[in-house]
Unconditional design. Sequence first.
Length: 367
Amino acid sequence: MGALVTSVRQVSAAPGLSVDLTAVAANTRRFVSWARGGVMAVVKADGFGHGLGDVARTAVASGATWIGVTSLAEAVAVRESGVDVPVLSWLNPADVDVRTAVRYGIDLSVPGLEHLAALDGGVRVHLQLDTGMARDGAAPESWLSLMSAARRAELAGRVSVVGVMGHLPCADMPGASEPGKRAFTRGVEMARQAGLRPSVRHLAATSAALTDPGTHLDVVRIGAGLVGIDPSGTTRLRSALRFTAPVVQVRRVAAGTGVGYGHSYVTDRETTLALLPVGYADGLPRTASGRAEVWLAGRRRSVAGVISMDQVVVDAGDDAVMPGDEAVVFGPGENGEPTVGDWARWAGTIPHEIVTGIGARVRRSVR
Ligand SMILES: *Cc1c(COP(=O)(O)O)cnc(C)c1O
């Protein structure tokens, strides 16, 4: 009996990440009602750290009609989570396992002739044009030859061309997407001139979808927006994550006490320090040291000193803080707690990197 109680305490005394799927559902519905065409839910990187299967199922239940991922492994995981809408994988090696793609009904992107040559079995493909990223996708000068090769492969029954895709590099800057939009329109025209009939044209991700309806076309690919991140800064979306950690130790220290590695923080008065068992291995960026705050005992408090691998110290002042009290590292922000956006700013990065960087040992739960 005593042993049982002890073990339950230990389980509940770990850092935890709680995912609010009702926020994902609300964000999805918002994009579904805005989009002129359909919504592809992008669930790469474990659903932006929110759980690949959970986000995929929630998005489809809320009106998304496509799922997008970067790898065949992710696509198969989506299928195995019970989702039956079309699934597209767009960052495949040239020797991608096309039989698995066909067996699981996965669409593949085709960024060039080498990739196209390896495809067979009537696999559904999306021809991928580089619309200004100089990253993935076919270079514009190779597009014409890719179109005619794709048409030949289609006539031979090796592939079925269902889509054309592009991606915009500067969609969060007003007006900066015009060259990419023009390149994409030309690319689609060239596909038609080659005899292809792609029915799914898709170009926009979250920023473009929120700011430029002219990019919506047949489908918008939404990743960040589903989990409450708006890179365009125009729209209030709902954040789904709540990251908590229990206080595991409290101590009273004198003024002038150096805290943590390098003593970058020295107390300027007698104060109470609270220790949280969470650090950069759990996804708190070390570069946020000196600026970061957490919510503890009713208000925001400074993280004292550098963020360690497994622990941080919080300066709780003269307030009563006890072992077992729960600190909120970040949450939706509704009650004053820090947000994912705050952590991104403190660390000099973007919210995407915070949500996809939560460590494997953080206990996850779903609301
Ligand atoms: C990640 C990604 C998306 C989703 O972008 P968000 O801005 O997160 O919505 C869409 N398209 C491509 C090609 C991507 O790599």
